[in-house]
Design a protein around this ligand. Structure first.
Ligand code: HAM
Length: 438
């Protein structure tokens, strides 16, 4: 007996239907925001991720050498692929580029609740626009998806932070540009580490200064209101003032979208991925429990970094299917799985050959039709029809066959109606509207 690999999931029909429910909502809401769906390869050159994605993800790559000696990796995320695709066609693409994708991703991490080695993400990205309206549009799309799935601002919060603000604050406490990436990475991981471990890492980056910087960083992480942000930014010169205005402008736009109740300023978010340059955010259940439902932000330099010469500003986010399904499940927001066919055809085993063309006509007309695949007696077929949950039975007995008729039985009310085979579809469509046979 083989089992599936750790961190990989099977999707039997019920699980698949639940997953597809998410995918349907992703597509519907993305369309409402006028985003276009795109797709990309699952296997990429390993180098696409090294140095671009941040150490954590690179350490989690599924990678190998292919038969042609190429070093390749299963994609752990989509953003570098998207940046590569956009760089290749940047001049030909009308701006802004508003693209979304639903696809599978792979990270070799310890499987646990909400975390797998294979998972799906909905990615939405907006490229070619530096205006903060783009960031607001993306956050509104994220909220729109959660709301369409039945969640409200009481159920989830988007924790909003800003890499630019962090850079200003780190400059202010004497962190150099070279030390910055390691310090930001350490701050990101500090949420999941004991303080002693964070201090130990900081000491390696900033020998002799770790305690002082640790205490400053903790003060910054506690900032959770526009007022306290503005006070601290006012100590960062002209750049600080400008960023203060940009914070106000973004928050105003979010208010305009009517989603201010879903947003919480929270500087403890810095994001683990190395490419972010501006506003960043993560969505969590309002209780604060569990891992992130989604994460994203602005990454204005990634396209240039990957292409060498094409400069396209960008922002985006991804929602993961695992934490989101867990959250919806716990609130009873996943729809029941319905497998029942619309119709079940019953006929004498020797008459199947006359029944099959009727089944085919019904299917072409858009009905879901089932029937017994065995030579079963009528009684047995009725039992199977009942088990299937079909709303209507189509009965082809000797009487009906002799007159080119067919009997429609409403399994819910028990009522029956005999119609000509010719008129069957029209009659069924009629029932469909009125809901049954009276
Ligand atoms: P991320 O924060 O690494 O961002 O992942 C986004 C979401 O994917 C997470 O919030 C989580 O729900 C889900 N996720 C990540 N890793 C796993 C895992 N091992 N198992 C289950 N779910 C997981 C990114 O991937 C960025 N590329 C998002 C982005 C798009 N930024 C700009 N555009």
């Amino acid at each position: 007996m083989f089992e599936n690999l750790p961190g990989f999931r099977d999707f039997p029909p019920e699980a698949c239907a639940r997953r597809n429910h998410l995918f349907r909502v992703f597509r519907t809401v993305a369309r409402a925001f006028h985003f276009s769906e795109y797709d990309a390869p699952i296997l990429e050159p390993l180098d696409l991720y090294v140095e671009k994605s941040g150490e954590e993800i690179v350490g989690q790559l599924f990678h190998f050498e292919d038969k042609g000696g190429r070093r390749v990796a299963l994609r752990p995320e989509l953003t570098p692929t998207l940046a590569r695709m956009v760089a290749a066609k940047a001049n030909a693409l009308p701006k802004p580029i508003k693209w979304y994708n639903i696809g599978e991703h792979f990270r070799y991490e310890r499987p646990q609740k909400g975390r797998g080695r294979s998972f799906y993400q909905f990615n939405a990205d907006l490229l070619g626009e530096t205006n903060l309206q783009a960031d607001a549009e993306l956050i509104a799309l994220l909220v729109g998806i959660f709301e369409t799935l039945g969640l409200s601002s009481k159920d989830f919060k988007i924790r909003l932070s800003d890499r630019t603000t962090w850079v200003l604050f780190l400059n202010n406490i004497g962190i150099t540009e070279e030390q910055r990436p390691a310090v930001l990475d350490c701050i990101d991981k500090s949420e999941r580490r004991k303080p002693e471990q964070t201090l130990e890492v900081l000491e390696k980056i900033l020998p002799g200064k770790s305690e002082e910087i640790f205490s400053e960083v903790n003060k910054i992480k506690e900032i959770n209101s526009l007022d306290s942000l503005k006070v601290r930014l006012s100590n960062c010169g002209k750049d600080g003032e400008n960023r203060s205005d940009e914070w106000s402008s973004l928050l105003q736009s979010l208010e305009g979208h009517g989603i201010e109740d879903c947003i919480k300023i929270d500087l403890s978010i810095v994001r683990g991925l190395a490419y972010y340059t501006g506003f960043v955010y993560e969505a969590f259940e309002a209780s604060g429990e569990g891992r992130a439902l989604a994460g994203g932000g602005r990454y204005d330099h990634l396209v240039k970094k990957l292409s060498g010469n094409v400069d396209v500003p960008a922002a985006g986010f991804a929602i993961g299917d695992m934490t989101l399904s867990d959250c919806l499940e716990s609130k009873g927001l996943l729809p029941n799985y319905v497998t029942a066919p619309d119709l079940y055809l019953l006929c004498g085993p020797e008459d199947k050959i006359l029944g099959l063309p009727i089944i085919a006509r019904c299917r072409k007309a858009g009905f879901s039709v089932s029937h017994s695949l065995k030579h079963a007696a009528f009684g047995k077929q009725f039992k199977e029809a009942g088990k299937s949950g079909a709303r209507f039975g189509l009965i082809l007995g000797e009487d009906e066959l002799s007159k080119d008729e067919i009997k429609i039985k409403d399994f819910r009310s028990g009522n029956e109606k005999t119609v000509t085979q010719k008129n069957l579809i029209a009659e069924l469509e009629n029932f469909d509207e009125s809901g049954g046979i009276s």
